[in-house]
Design a protein around this ligand. Structure first.
Ligand SMILES: [Mg+2]
Length: 307
């Protein structure tokens, strides 16, 4: 693919990630809501503020750019520094405890297991994984390796890391194949990529949900909680149900309730990569907090990935 044609996809991915996060944020932990409520909540806000999901994805992008690839210690220290500057972004209870250990000298790849023996399978590694997908879009096996390693910083359970790899790979595929590729082929490639049975089974269910008009069935059949094996397939499903419309995909994800900001953020990253920045409503993008910086990071990732 022509490198120049990829640039709007990188921008779409990161702006889409942050916008999905901002649009879903009012509904985090809530019941399912109607589409109109998601639009109305966006309308009411002058600035569309993002949460920890985007804040950590920014850290991933900053570190990949600075190191021209993955460096675990650098990425962990970037997370710690960013958290200390803006601890009010809505972080869950786990990451700050991991960050304290890293600050006290626990190695970056050991701190998460100290906090959660056996590792966490929450979606905290997946929610920030799209920049890994952009950076390694040409090399799925390297993408998988870095998704696992970058996930390990906070989420050491194999299902948490697999969720990160799946979200990163979905963003990479969308970058390369959208918007002219086929949804069936996209889903088949995801199924061939995953190594954990629970994800393969969830992706089978995604296939069945593409033909139904009922958005409530997405949460009912896939789950909308913080577990990576629920929320990552739910995010992919919302994208695949509306591949031609960023608005429809992200609003559906935000309307599911549950971990709405994270699900909408993961949907937004994939949809933005698929459609490119031109597919994202400017009326929303213009009100996105730190939009200029987020687009700078997308360009930095693009330059570094294609170097
Ligand atoms: Mg959040």
């Amino acid at each position: 693919m022509d490198p120049g044609a990829l640039q709007p996809k990188f921008r779409g991915c990161l702006v889409g990630l942050a916008l999905g996060d901002a649009l879903g944020a009012p509904f985090e932990g809530a019941r399912a809501v109607a589409r109109a409520e998601v639009f109305a909540a966006a309308e009411r806000r002058e600035v569309l503020r993002y949460t920890d999901d985007t804040h950590m994805a920014i850290g991933v992008a900053e570190s990949l750019i600075a190191c021209r690839g993955f460096n675990g210690r650098h990425m962990a220290e970037t997370f710690v520094r960013n958290f200390e500057r803006e601890p009010w972004r809505g972080y869950g209870p786990g990451p700050p405890r991991v960050f304290r250990r890293i600050k006290c000298g626990t190695p970056w790849d050991k701190a998460a297991q100290d906090v959660y023996p056996g590792g966490s399978f929450g979606n905290g590694a997946a929610m920030r994984a799209a920049p890994v997908g952009l950076f390694y879009h040409r090399d799925p096996e390297k993408l998988r390796e870095v998704a696992y390693l970058s996930g390990q910083i906070t989420h050491a359970h194999p299902l948490g890391k697999e969720g990160a790899a799946l979200e990163a790979y979905a963003a990479a595929l969308a970058t390369v194949f959208g918007p002219s590729g086929s949804s069936e082929d996209f889903l088949a490639r995801l199924k061939a990529f995953v190594t954990e049975e629970v994800y393969r089974e969830k992706l089978d269910r995604v296939g069945h949900l593409l033909g139904t008009a009922d958005a409530a069935a997405v949460a009912a059949r896939l789950g909308n909680g913080i577990e990576a094996f629920n929320s990552v397939p739910a995010a992919i499903c919302c994208f695949l149900r509306h591949p031609g419309s960023f608005e429809d995909a992200v609003v559906e994800a935000a309307s599911l309730g549950g971990d709405a900001d994270t699900i909408a953020s993961m949907t937004g990253a994939i949809s933005g990569a698929w459609l490119g920045i031109g597919g994202i409503p400017e009326e929303w993008a213009a009100r996105l907090e730190n939009r200029v910086y987020i687009e700078e990071l997308a360009l930095g990732l693009w330059e570094a990935a294609l170097a």
